[in-house]
Design a protein around this ligand. Structure first.
Ligand SMILES: [Zn+2]
Length: 254
């Protein structure tokens, strides 16, 4: 039986919204926060609601709720500005530019980023200890299954422009997190890859979790209507670089 196709208009003003957005020095965040913010467990730590839910689920599944502390989540532009300025005063420019994003260019302003620390009496706010051992390492190993990636890896410093941050995780959602992990891609590199795959023409295909996924991109200046099956399960997210990414959940053919 053929499924009924219908056309859907894409709101291209959403190209700067969604869990796949790339935010860095070249791609500042436009406007204020996306999505709904909720409490993420830590002391006044807020996260976008799905990010918070997936974080709680992952912590629960690895029994990490006590060993791992949410140190810093959502920050407003003003907060990021204050943190940047305070760090300049206290730590100097070299350190600050390595570990603190410029106001407007911080992933923390999206609500999709979380800094995690190993629970301790004192936790460093800018560079919390999150070792490659014990429960933190268990978190790291499972993160991609729950949609998270460690965003600033040592071997990607040149690509991300940010120093190695073992504590900073970013929610981008499954299956994107899994594809990035399996192929050792930073978000910048993943965007480069996906933007070569056009929706409806040559989508990127990924098999995982007994499902197949088709991921394709549309540029803002291109057509703004897509043809999609009425019963399709899909997600649309902006990239924050003048495109949207459409992810289709497909049943795996046996
Ligand atoms: Zn961070």
């Amino acid at each position: 039986m053929n499924s009924i196709m219908s056309s859907k208009k894409i709101d291209m003003t959403d190209s700067a919204k969604g869990s796949l957005i790339l935010v860095n020095r070249e791609h500042p965040l436009k406007g204020e926060i996306p999505g709904k913010l909720v409490n993420a467990g830590g002391d006044g730590v807020l996260l976008e609601s799905r990010t918070a839910a997936m974080l709680q689920q992952l912590l629960k599944d690895i029994k990490g709720e006590e060993d791992i502390t949410a140190v810093s989540g959502y920050r407003s532009y003003k907060e990021q500005e204050e943190i940047f300025q305070d760090s300049l005063n206290e730590n100097g420019r070299e350190f600050t530019e390595k570990y603190v994003a410029y106001p407007g260019c911080s992933e923390h302003q999206t609500g999709y980023a979380i800094d995690l620390g190993k629970t301790a009496e004192e936790i460093d706010f800018l560079c919390p200890d999150f070792p490659y051992a014990g429960t933190p390492q268990k978190f790291r190993e499972k993160a991609a299954d729950y949609g998270f990636i460690q965003r600033y890896e040592k071997d990607k410093e040149k690509v991300t422009g940010i120093g190695h941050e073992p504590w900073h995780f970013r929610y981008i959602g499954y299956p994107h997190s899994k594809i990035m992990k399996e192929n050792n891609l930073s978000l910048e590199e993943y965007m480069d890859l996906i933007e070569k795959h056009r929706y409806g023409i040559n989508p990127f295909v990924f098999h995982g979790n007994k499902q197949s996924f088709e991921i394709g991109c549309l540029k803002v200046e291109e057509e703004q209507e897509i043809t999609i099956s009425e019963d399709a399960i899909y997600q649309i997210s902006g990239s924050n670089r003048k495109s949207v990414i459409i992810t289709l959940w497909k049943e795996q053919k046996v």
